[in-house]
Design a binder for this molecule. Structure first.
Ligand code: GRF
Length: 199
């Protein structure tokens, strides 16, 4: 059974989907802990499922490195096989990424390498794109620049605003994430192999 830590900042709808999937008897991964950089609404999903949670408040640390060190200490307690960044709205310090790579993955609401960064949905709309998408990647020390594990296109519709487009992307993101975690768990997706062949 693959053990997973999920890091969030917000509503945690992707976390919720992963928790629901992991509750199915034949799903080969389970979530052992949920962490966040702020008092995230998504903690409610962890509580509902009786999953332990930890908070490492970004605002209480002087530097990214100090915050990341505490985050790393919390993760070390749980020793997950995989760390999933699911809407964590902070860049991790390089020391933490290097410690966990390639066993650390991220979901992104755009078809990477198009529209990386914190405003992937807004940027796709601003660019007038007719399609965008969702991606799951291995985290590296760039901004959404790691090796792509799965991605799928989502059309931009006339009249879309950031909220409506994001709501259409999120179900795709969830489906990709659930499938990627499943494939990692059953050995169908080898993160070391993907990372070592990345350009
Ligand atoms: C997701 O689209 C994620 O990729 C982005 O923020 C959203 C998180 O949503 N960075 P939620 O917290 O899972 O509801």
């Amino acid at each position: 059974m693959l053990t997973v830590a999920v890091l969030i900042s917000g509503a945690g709808s992707n976390l919720r989907a992963l928790l629901d999937a992991a509750a199915e008897p034949d799903y080969p991964a389970r979530i052992v802990v949920v962490g966040a950089d702020r008092e995230a609404d998504g903690f409610a999903h962890a509580e509902e499922y009786g999953i332990p949670a930890f908070l490492v408040p970004w605002v209480q640390f002087a530097t990214r490195e100090e915050w990341g060190a505490e985050l790393g200490a919390q993760l070390a307690v749980w020793q997950p096989d995989l760390v999933v960044l699911s809407g964590l709205m902070r860049l991790l310090p390089a020391t933490l990424v290097d410690e966990w790579a390639p066993r650390i993955i991220n979901t992104h609401p755009a078809y990477l390498p198009e529209f990386p960064g914190a405003h992937g949905v807004r940027d796709a709309l601003a660019a007038g794109a007719s399609q965008t998408g969702a991606s799951v990647i291995i985290v590296d020390n760039g901004v959404d620049s790691g090796p792509i594990l799965a991605q799928e296109r989502v059309p931009v519709l006339t009249g879309d605003d950031e909220a409506s487009l994001h709501e259409r992307i999120k179900p795709v993101e969830r489906r990709l994430l659930i499938d990627v975690v499943r494939r990692i768990a059953i050995g169908d997706l080898d993160l070391n192999a993907v990372a070592s062949t990345a350009p």
